[in-house]
Design a protein around this ligand. Structure first.
Ligand SMILES: NC(=O)c1ccc[n+]([C@@H]2O[C@H](COP(=O)([O-])OP(=O)(O)OC[C@H]3O[C@@H](n4cnc5c(N)ncnc54)[C@H](OP(=O)(O)O)[C@@H]3O)[C@@H](O)[C@H]2O)c1
Length: 248
């Protein structure tokens, strides 16, 4: 199966790394990026075929990944002959681009909308996708945890999982800062934050852990009440909802 990647920004490069890391051979992949110097550098580094023509990617690939800004679709369509799409599968990673728009930009192609996390780079991604042919579903499985959903489900996953990776990192970074503020060294903060969050995740029943640690009238309860009073749970929920509304 020949795989084409159009767009080698953060997510396009993650896709390329993930495909290679999952065992896809470099000679099965061709990539295009608008800025040719980026394309050449990335393709040389990973030993894959680079092109300055997005039409060539579409013509020579069975599965074509669009990983550019959504606004680029119109401009790209002008450089790709309509006949290049016949019998191909187009996978769009572009947040905010609806399937109807893709169907008219890529006539004759089977359209799949998928929303991945950048952690597909090391095959630990989360990928929500619309109905996909078997060969494409198998590709997603190689890149991490994948599941089929509706277009709206994919957008919700883009907010909760794809943006969520950034939100999770933000919260960890805030906890690291709390440690530094108390006088811990960077390496100590990193070790403690790692153990705390990993342990809470492994134990799983988060409300029970809070109840066990935050005994009535104690120090933890004081901290939890502070987080409740400043609205931490609401702020987290708002962050996810705002990301969803921007992409819906
Ligand atoms: N990052 C994520 O976690 C994530 C998750 C899910 C979905 N997405 C979606 O993935 C897409 C790429 O995101 P990213 O994080 O990789 O962004 P990025 O690092 O900013 O890369 C943007 C890419 O789009 C290309 N591009 C922009 N305008 C273009 C145009 N007019 N014509 C052709 N190419 C154009 C850029 O090419 P140049 O190098 O020439 O500028 C670059 O390859 C977006 O649609 C985003 O919504 C991202």
């Amino acid at each position: 199966m020949k795989i084409g990647i159009i767009g080698l920004g953060h997510l396009g490069r993650s896709l390329l790394q993930g495909l290679l890391c999952s065992g896809i051979a470099p000679d099965e992949i061709t990539a295009y990026n608008r800025t040719a110097s980026v394309c050449d550098a990335v393709c040389e580094k990973f030993g894959i075929d680079a092109t300055g023509d997005p039409g060539y990617v579409a013509e020579t690939s069975d599965v074509i990944f669009f990983v550019t800004k959504g606004a680029a679709l119109e401009e790209l369509s002008e450089s790709i002959p309509s006949k290049a799409y016949a019998g191909k599968t187009v996978v769009s990673f572009m947040a905010g681009v609806r399937p109807e728009k893709l169907e008219s930009a890529c006539p004759g192609a089977e359209i799949v909308v998928a929303m991945p996390t950048v952690s597909i780079a090391d095959c630990t991604g989360i990928i929500a996708h619309t109905k996909a042919p078997e060969n494409v579903s198998q590709l997603f499985k190689r890149l991490g945890y994948s599941f089929e959903t509706t277009y709206d489900g994919a957008v919700r996953s883009a907010a909760y999982a794809a943006s969520g990776l950034g939100f999770a990192a933000y919260l960890l970074s805030a906890y690291m800062k709390a440690g530094r503020d108390l006088g811990f060294r960077e390496d100590e903060c990193a070790k403690i934050t790692d153990i705390l969050f990993t342990t809470a995740l492994r134990r799983g029943d988060f409300d029970t852990i809070v109840a066990e640690v935050a005994t009535k009238g104690g120090a933890t309860e004081r901290g939890v009440m502070r987080m409740d009073n400043v609205g931490v749970p609401g702020a987290v929920s708002d962050a996810v909802r705002l990301a969803y509304e921007k992409m819906a």
